[in-house]
Design a protein around this ligand. Structure first.
Ligand SMILES: Cc1ncc(C[n+]2csc(CCOP(=O)(O)OP(=O)(O)O)c2C)c(N)n1
Ligand SMILES: [Mg+2]
Length: 128
């Protein structure tokens, strides 16, 4: 079982084809907030609220899964998650469970240097 964002899922969603053909019982839970939320939050923080290239207009991921021959679930209420996960785990092939969620959560508070110390910095840059 894996849990990922909508952006993450889109990096490798074509692997569903392999999972269907090899009957891999993968359960992929996609938290869809319609954006690269982590990047959006970082850009908004560091560029006075401006951001670019972070909004996503997604297909319905449960329907995308069905097109590949996998099983798709679309869950909008927390009390439905349990049944969807149980049904997905009972299959002998892959499933995708799409859960629409709020856009993103704020980043942790910035460090005194102004950027989050745990994030990598580009080559040639240094932390202030
Ligand atoms: C292959 C790859 N490209 C780019 C990144 C940089 N990156 C880290 S988080 C992120 C946004 C991911 O968006 P999403 O999966 O929708 O998660 P959210 O922050 O919205 O919860 C990106 C682009 C990465 N980690 N891996
Ligand atoms: Mg996202």
């Amino acid at each position: 079982m894996s849990i990922q964002g909508d952006g993450d899922f889109l990096y490798t969603s074509q692997e569903l084809d392999t999972a269907v053909r090899k009957r891999i019982p993968l359960v992929s839970i996609v938290l869809n907030n319609r954006c690269h939320g982590a990047e959006k939050a970082l850009q908004q923080r560091n560029f006075e609220g401006r951001c670019i290239g972070v909004e996503l207009e997604n297909p319905r991921f449960d329907k995308l899964a069905e097109v590949y021959g996998a099983r798709g679930f679309y869950v909008t209420r927390p009390e439905e998650i349990n049944d969807a996960v149980s049904a997905a785990l009972a299959r002998d092939g892959p499933s995708v469970i799409e859960i629409p969620v709020a856009e993103y959560f704020p980043l942790p508070e910035p460090t005194p240097s102004g950027i989050t110390d745990t994030l990598p910095i580009p080559r040639g840059w240094s932390r202030p």
